[in-house]
Write a protein that binds this ligand. Structure first.
Ligand SMILES: Nc1nc2c(c(=O)[nH]1)N[C@H]1C(S)=C(S)[C@@H](COP(=O)(O)OP(=O)(O)OC[C@H]3O[C@@H](n4cnc5c(=O)[nH]c(N)nc54)[C@H](O)[C@@H]3O)O[C@H]1N2
Ligand SMILES: Nc1nc2c(c(=O)[nH]1)N[C@H]1C(S)=C(S)[C@@H](COP(=O)(O)OP(=O)(O)OC[C@H]3O[C@@H](n4cnc5c(=O)[nH]c(N)nc54)[C@H](O)[C@@H]3O)O[C@H]1N2
Ligand code: SF4
Ligand SMILES: [Mo]
Length: 745
């Protein structure tokens, strides 16, 4: 029998539900009632500050309760620069995360009964004791550095601290190697600064916005979408490069329906045109940039005529759009995008984006990129973390040398024993990340899981990853807990508070409490000196001249600054944080590591006959797989569809609304069928679907079996050699009109 089977049956016998530890949650002058107390009048007509956890824009809002003390609505906080008082549909539907009756309710421990693996409900004390014993054993037998943490979202901070206290630096998030890592490496090695989140793009004052596969409007990053609509009203030109007619493509002056995987050819030819025609900011380039002559020579070969045969975009459109950028410069943004891990040469693609911005002089310029500000809060003095025996970077042995954060897929790889390697991860804590739908090549993730000595999953929902855990710990939702003070960058530094609106439902707990209790059991309690999280937050807030009680009243605080600090002053001298002190058109650090200092065009594999490139993206009413079971958002969109061009539909005898199965190049067939959407908005060589659907865990009663999962069809991964990003768009699918596994249609 496999070490771990996916637990898909309902629970067996309930274990003890004894509550554990201190149960009083307090804020301001209000003290929470004991656990299990029904919600009631004491919570009536409250207005509690929060910031949203439905995606990572973290908009600040107010949660209102009604006269019965039930959560009534969430609205945006007017003071918050990240939302300007308005939440997106998902943020408004955040209440559904709280009210979802499928939530995890009790800690669960994997047991084998009559030869079948299942979960049994356990008390917190028992579940934490189980983990603590295992973690002590792993530390003793293999060293603490063999424990890794996968995290995404607010809960990650506390488990990161726990892991540091334990002796490991292997904490990783899918927001790096499955998301924005390539742009961070590319911009850092060009401008000496990261993009980070929220992107410091001055869209409000922008005159020409260039979006390469960044489908803003479907990707609902709140204030960015608001700024874009305002700028459109002010006459901003939009250039959208997308093989699919996205929502924003339909609002753009120029939509360039590029052949997928050829963006680098287009950008090289844009650079060629800007330089050859003299359409670049000469003063800015002379003053601040390094490697212009090399770039000029390198791009001579990449003419629009050359690019048009590769990209299917005509020469005139290439020139016209280059001119539109130059006319708007420096108030132009060639947007770095966010989910960047497409084809494996993504860091080089983002280097081209960075170079275009440098030539147009938009970095540090009004209507381009501003220099962001961010508040810092002193940390309560705690003992130093122990010395590390080894680090994730050392264990990579020189692989992905430009990665500046840990690479989740590399940690997965290093969890599978290999005689050629002395180091193997032995235990994982996973919090706020549904790895099965998040990391491509699920089979590899599962292989790694089968080799672990311990898998702990902290989640709010019975997501796929929980089905593989040894211990499942139910976290309460963001509406039921305090969290770390939001410290996001922006035009002005700002902070936001999240406070609980109700005590945690069921037997769920905040991550702070869970991490602290675990620390106490492992003997690391000194790293979590505050029994009450609220007390630590209050201490931190006082260090920057406010307090928990003031933040309960305002929710958000902005620290104003002068606009002159946001941009480079005319004629200013400036040193950039790069090896040459200049903006590096020619990346010297890349050259040093043996990578191309100037990006080249490398062709990618094309779909074989009968196959279509698998393209995927976002829908405005959902966030990945985390919202598909949310009762409110499920009502807005209950399943995804596969977009098929009418000509292709006709050739394959497929009609709108029909169920099809998708089979990829490696013979993997989607577990569930997906309905066809016949639309001109997708080209002849690709199909498109929204990510996050096709749940296979039956405990997700609403979303189980609704739609199909893009992730299970992404079995071929093109890893970026510079930083380890998992290129996911080199997969191809064909249609199966009935289930090839022989099930009834
Ligand atoms: N195939 C494919 N893969 C992708 C992408 C894609 O488009 N297609 N996108 C990539 C990108 S850009 C990113 S950023 C990543 C995102 O990857 P993830 O962050 O892993 O995305 P989700 O699938 O939403 O998983 C979030 C998990 O957190 C849980 N959760 C929600 N709220 C809480 C909470 O308050 N506490 C705890 N402990 N858990 C909570 C949810 O129930 C869910 O299990 O995925 C990447 N992977
Ligand atoms: N509603 C909602 N909003 C979200 C999220 C969410 O889950 N839901 N997630 C957030 C997160 S973490 C992220 S990272 C962002 C992701 O948002 P984006 O960075 O915008 O996402 P991508 O998946 O990179 O982009 C998808 C678009 O790229 C196009 N595309 C596909 N192949 C190519 C190609 O070869 N060339 C070009 N030029 N375009 C191509 C697709 O047709 C699609 O329109 O969204 C964020 N915002
Ligand atoms: S953009 Fe929407 S989902 Fe994301 S944090 Fe803001 S309100 Fe929440
Ligand atoms: Mo992302």
């Amino acid at each position: 029998m496999k070490r771990r089977e996916f637990v898909k049956i309902s629970l067996i016998g309930a274990g003890g539900l004894a509550a554990f530890g201190s149960l009083g949650y307090k804020f301001g002058s209000i003290f929470w009632a004991k656990e299990g107390t029904p919600l009631g009048e004491e919570y009536a007509n409250l207005r509690i500050p929060t910031y949203c956890e439905v995606c990572f824009w973290k908009c600040a809002g107010w949660v209102y309760t009604n006269s019965k003390g039930e959560i009534w609505k969430i609205v945006g906080n007017d003071l918050d620069p990240q939302c300007n008082g308005r939440l997106c549909p998902r943020g408004t539907g955040g209440i559904g995360m709280y009210s979802d009756e499928n939530r995890l309710k009790n800690p669960l421990i994997r047991v084998t009964e009559n030869g079948i693996q299942t979960f049994r409900e356990a008390s917190w004390d028992e579940a934490l004791e189980y983990i603590a014993i295992k973690m002590r054993e792993i530390s003793y037998l293999y060293g603490p550095e063999t424990m890794a943490l996968f995290n995404h979202g607010s809960s990650g901070k506390y488990f990161t601290e726990l892991l540091q206290a334990y002796g490991s630096d292997s904490f990783t998030a899918p927001s790096y190697a499955q998301c924005r890592g390539p742009r961070e490496v590319a911009f850092y090695n060009t401008f000496g600064e990261y993009i980070n989140s929220p992107e410091p793009t001055d869209i409000l004052n922008c005159k020409c916005l260039v979006l390469l596969g960044y489908h803003l409007g479907e990707n609902m990053h709140n204030s960015q979408v608001q700024e874009m609509s305002n700028a459109i009203e002010k006459g901003m030109t939009i250039v959208t490069v997308d093989p699919r007619c996205s929502t924003v493509a339909s609002k753009s002056k120029y939509w360039l329906p590029i052949k997928p995987a050829t963006d680098n050819a287009l950008m090289l030819s844009w650079i060629n045109v800007l330089i050859q025609k003299g359409w670049y900011d000469k003063d800015y380039v002379n003053r601040y940039c390094y490697g212009f002559e090399e770039l000029k020579k390198h791009t001579e070969q990449y003419t629009p005529a050359w690019a048009s045969t590769i990209t299917n975009i005509d020469e005139q459109s290439i020139e016209d759009t280059a001119k539109a950028m130059y006319d708007a410069a420096p108030s132009v943004i060639v947007h770095p995008g966010r989910h960047n891990t497409w084809y494996g040469d993504d860091t080089q693609r983002l280097r081209l984006v960075a170079i275009l911005n440098a030539l147009l002089g938009s970095w540090g310029r009004k209507g381009g990129f501003y220099f962001p500000a961010k508040a810092t809060i002193s940390k309560y003095p705690k003992p130093d973390f122990p010395q590390l025996n080894t680090t994730w970077r050392k264990e990579l042995k020189g692989k992905y040398p430009l990665a500046d954060m840990s690479v989740s897929n590399a940690i997965i790889d290093m969890s599978i024993p290999d005689p050629a390697r002395s180091f193997t991860y032995k235990g994982w804590i996973v919090t706020g990340s549904n790895l099965n739908l998040t990391i491509p090549n699920t089979a590899r993730t599962l292989e790694a899981i089968q080799n672990l000595e311990l898998l702990v999953v902290v989640d709010t929902m019975p997501m796929e990853i929980t089905g593989w855990a040894d211990v499942v710990l139910p976290e309460c939702t963001y509406l039921e807990r305090y969290d770390n003070i939001r410290l996001e960058q922006g035009r002005e530094a700002n902070i936001a508070l999240r406070a609980p609106v109700h005590p945690p439902k069921y037997n769920s707990k905040p991550a702070y409490w869970i991490a602290r209790q675990l620390a106490l059991k492992i003997g690391l309690g000194k790293y979590f000196p505050f029994e009450e999280h609220a007390d630590e937050l209050d201490w931190e807030l006082q260090q920057i001249g406010t307090s928990l009680s003031e933040m309960m009243e305002v929710g958000v605080k902005v620290f104003p600054r002068n606009e002159s600090e946001m941009f480079i002053a005319p004629d200013a001298t400036r040193t950039f944080n790069t090896p040459t002190g200049k903006i590096e058109l020619y990346a010297t650090a890349f050259e040093k590591q043996g990578f191309d200092p100037l990006p080249r065009y490398v062709p990618h594999e094309e779909p074989a006959h009968g196959f279509f490139r698998l393209n995927y993206g976002r829908a405005p009413m959902h966030t990945f797989s985390r919202t598909t079971n949310n009762p409110l958002l499920h009502d807005l969109m209950s399943e995804n569809t596969v977009w098929v061009n009418p000509q292709i539909a006709q050739e394959h005898g497929i009609v709108a609304g029909q169920d099809v199965w998708l089979e990829n190049q490696d013979g993997v067939v989607s577990t569930f069928p997906i309905k066809v959407r016949v639309t001109e908005r997708i080209g002849l060589d690709s199909v498109y679907m929204v990510h996050g659907f096709g749940h296979t865990d039956k405990r997700l009663e609403r979303s189980f079996g609704r739609g199909a999962s893009d992730t299970e069809l992404i079995t071929r991964v093109h890893v970026d050699p510079l930083m380890g990003g998992t290129g996911m768009r080199g997969n191809f699918v064909k249609f199966r009109l009935s289930d090839p596994r022989g099930k009834e249609v």
